[in-house]
Design a protein around this ligand. Sequence first.
Ligand code: ATP
Ligand code: SKM
Ligand code: MG
Length: 176
Amino acid sequence: MSTPITVLIGPPGAGKSTVGEALARRLGAELRDTDTEIEARAGKAVADIFVEDGEEAFRALERRVVAETLAEWDGVVAVGGGAVLDADSRRGLAEQHVVYLQVEFEDAAKRVGLNQARPLLAGNPRARLKRLLEERLPVYEGLATATVSTSGRHPEEVVDAIVELLPERGRNGGAR
Ligand SMILES: Nc1ncnc2c1ncn2[C@@H]1O[C@H](COP(=O)(O)OP(=O)(O)OP(=O)(O)O)[C@@H](O)[C@H]1O
Ligand SMILES: O=C(O)C1=C[C@@H](O)[C@@H](O)[C@H](O)C1
Ligand SMILES: [Mg+2]
C-alpha cells in the first residue's frame, strides 16, 4: 500500500494533466492521470468510451481506477474532472492531500476550446461548462485540502503555489 504525494482535482480546463506533469517533474516523481490509465485499460479514448459504452460504463471503470490508484500510487495523481461525483471515490479522496485547481469560467472555456474531445461538453459547450462549474464547485471545495487558482497563471506558477502548500513529504519528492 502507498499514498499519493497529492491528488489534483478540478473541472475540465483546470489544468490537472498539464500541471500534474509539471508538478511530478519538479518533485522527481511520476504522474498517474486516471483518464490516461482508463484509456490504456479500455484501449480507446475517453470520448470513444462515452460514445460506444456509455457514461455509466466510463464511471464504473473510473471508480476502479481511482480506488486502485489511491491505494498503490506514491507519486502525483490527477483524477478525471468528474471522479468526485462518485461517493466511493469521494470517501477515498477524503483521506488524501487534495489540491483543487480552480479556474474562472472564461479561462476554462478558452483552454478547453470548442473542438476538443470532451464528451460531457458536446452540444452547447459554453452552457454545459458553465453549469458543470457551478454544480461541482461545492464538491471540489468540500474535498480540497488546499485550493490553488490557475487563472492568469502559467502552469509552472501553479506548480510553485502547489509546492508551497504540500506537506513535508511531498516537497521531498515523496521521500519519507
Ligand atoms: N495555467 C494554464 N494556463 C494556460 N493554459 C493552460 C494552463 N493549464 C492548462 N492549460 C492548457 O489548457 C488545456 C487543458 O489543460 P488540461 O488538459 O491539463 O486540463 P485538465 O484539467 O486535465 O482537463 P480534463 O478534465 O478535460 O482532463 C491544455 O491545452 C493546456 O495546455
Ligand atoms: O469532468 C468530467 O466529467 C470529465 C472530465 C475528463 O477528465 C474525463 O474524465 C471525462 O471527459 C469526464
Ligand atoms: Mg486531464
